[in-house]
Structure formats: structure tokens, C-alpha cells
Design a protein around this ligand. Structure first.
Ligand SMILES: [Zn+2]
Ligand SMILES: [Zn+2]
Length: 131
């Protein structure tokens, strides 16, 4: 692992200890010695480029940052994100590698829909109608 400056280390640790991907704004609010926005963004860009952290964007909204994992549920109503570590891809990755003669290094998988709360609200509004 490359050596990280204090700022980089702190931001990396915030991301690593978070259970779900977090936005730059939330990261900034968790930093002890407040850093300005552009420093936070520059650091995030650096860490992403070096592949120390990953980023994901839902519905074209701003980026969320995470360490490992890459499996998400995203509620398109309230924006709640659930991250899970368990990989359900199985041998799909090697099948894709064979089919496209490709070497896959990682994947991001996200499912989009309604969380239980939003789905209940949807059904209520539409008289119990299924989606
Ligand atoms: Zn929701
Ligand atoms: Zn996976």
C-alpha cells in the first residue's frame, strides 16, 4: 500500500469504517480538523484514481464513496442505500470473461427499486396495487 498523508489517511478511514457508501459532504462533516470542500474532493479523486477507494453514482446524482464490496440496493424514492458484501455473481464473471475474451478485475452491482417503507407508501397511494 502506498503511503498516505494524514488527510488522505483520515478520509480513507472514514470511508472504510462506513457501512454504506457515503457522499463527499458527509465525509467532510466527519473530519476532525475541518478541511475545505476542494481539499476533500481532491483527496477523494486521488484515492479513487489510485484505486484505494471506489465510487458509485445512483441515478446520475453525486458520487458516493466506498472501500470494498460493490453490491448495493438503491431506493429510487427516498435514496436509501443498502450495501451488502455477499457476492451473488457466482461463475457469471468467468462466463463473461470467456464470452468477451476479457479480464475482469471487479464489478459493481446495484439493484434499484423501492425500500419497504416507500413500497408500502406506493401501495397505499395506489390502492394496494402491485408494481
Ligand atoms: Zn425508500
Ligand atoms: Zn460481487
Amino acid at each position: 500500500m502506498i503511503k498516505l498523508t494524514e488527510n488522505r489517511k483520515e478520509i480513507f478511514n472514514i470511508i472504510k469504517s462506513s457501512k454504506k457508501p457515503i457522499s463527499a459532504k458527509v465525509i467532510q462533516s466527519k473530519i476532525k480538523d475541518k478541511l475545505d470542500c476542494s481539499t476533500v474532493y481532491r483527496t477523494l479523486e486521488f484515492l479513487t484514481k489510485k484505486q484505494i477507494i471506489n465510487s458509485v453514482s445512483f441515478k446520475g446524482k453525486s458520487f458516493y464513496y466506498y472501500g470494498t464490496g460493490g453490491h448495493f440496493l438503491f431506493c429510487k424514492e427516498c435514496g436509501e442505500i443498502i450495501a451488502f458484501d455477499q457476492c451473488i455473481i457466482g461463475d457469471l464473471e468467468s462466463k463473461i470473461e470467456d464470452k468477451f475474451n476479457y479480464k475482469i478485475t471487479n464489478h459493481v452491482l446495484y439493484f434499484q427499486g423501492y425500500c419497504s417503507k416507500c413500497y408500502a407508501a406506493y401501495q397505499k397511494k395506489h390502492g394496494g396495487q402491485e408494481l
